[in-house]
Design a protein around this ligand. Structure first.
Ligand SMILES: Cc1cc2nc3c(=O)[nH]c(=O)nc-3n(C[C@H](O)[C@H](O)[C@H](O)COP(=O)(O)O)c2cc1C
Length: 220
């Protein structure tokens, strides 16, 4: 698949959670590797069973040291501080998911956005209950009641539960709806336009870097 994309001058990016998988996708010719920390919202990008689960702070430098590709950091980043932190760890860029749920343009239902705003950093869990695959979501009634009961294969699980999710969406009921989100929900408390999120990150990051320069090189 990678070769066929390259024949058409399409760059390929793959998201991984371990050094083993980073090496595997690099060997397959992938151009950019996303290092996903455990705090990330949404599906866990673990491709092999030998998963090496670690937070963004640990997995980004591990993967940056292991492979000769640009690294994008994913998990827990919502602002300029997060961007500067992962650039220092060896990333060339960032991927944000949870932050963009809580934006004006996001297509998430209003109760999902409000749940992200209300959530603390400890209000997420990794559950297979919604799709059959491990996914970090806001903890709700559906995930708690389902527990670790057996699941159907990937995506068949979501098809089987679709009537429940649709009914919950129709009545605005966050208790029975899948709400993929990461620990960074605990850092989010506003609903700006998406463009403002990006602008703010650039401004905050440059202020953070100037602050460091003042500390390490007072003459600069
Ligand atoms: C609502 C939501 C949907 C997502 N959907 C996908 C997806 O379809 N494919 C994918 O590769 N990652 C998906 N992700 C995971 C992101 O690619 C990324 O790893 C993660 O959001 C980064 O962590 P953060 O949520 O702390 O920003 C999703 C994340 C969220 C929050």
């Amino acid at each position: 698949m990678v070769a066929r994309c390259h024949e058409r001058e399409i760059r390929v990016m793959a998201m991984v959670t371990s050094v083993k998988d980073a090496r595997a996708v690099a060997a397959a010719g992938v151009d950019i590797i996303v290092a996903q920390g455990t705090e990330a919202g949404g599906h866990r990008s673990n491709w092999t069973e030998a998963v090496e689960e670690a937070g963004t702070m640990v997995i980004v430098p591990r993967i940056a040291d292991a492979v000769d590709r640009p690294i994008v950091a994913a998990g827990g980043i919502v602002d300029g501080r997060g961007l500067v932190a992962v650039l220092a760890l060896g990333a060339a860029g960032v991927m944000l998911g949870t932050r963009f749920i809580a934006t004006r343009e996001s297509i998430a239902p209003p109760f999902f956005k409000q749940s992200v705003l209300a959530a603390g950093a400890g209000d997420t869990i990794v559950s297979r209950a919604f799709t059959g695959l491990p996914m970090r979501t806001l903890r709700n009634q559906f995930a708690s009641d389902y527990g670790d009961a057996p699941v159907l294969p990937a995506m068949l699980q979501s098809n089987a539960a679709e009537d429940i999710f649709k009914a919950a969406a129709a009545r605005g009921d966050a208790r029975y709806f899948p709400m993929p989100a990461g620990e960074s929900a605990g850092l989010i408390d506003d609903l700006p336009p998406a463009a403002d999120v990006v602008r703010r990150i650039a401004v905050e990051a440059s202020a953070a870097v100037r602050g460091f320069t003042a500390v390490f090189d007072p003459q600069a």
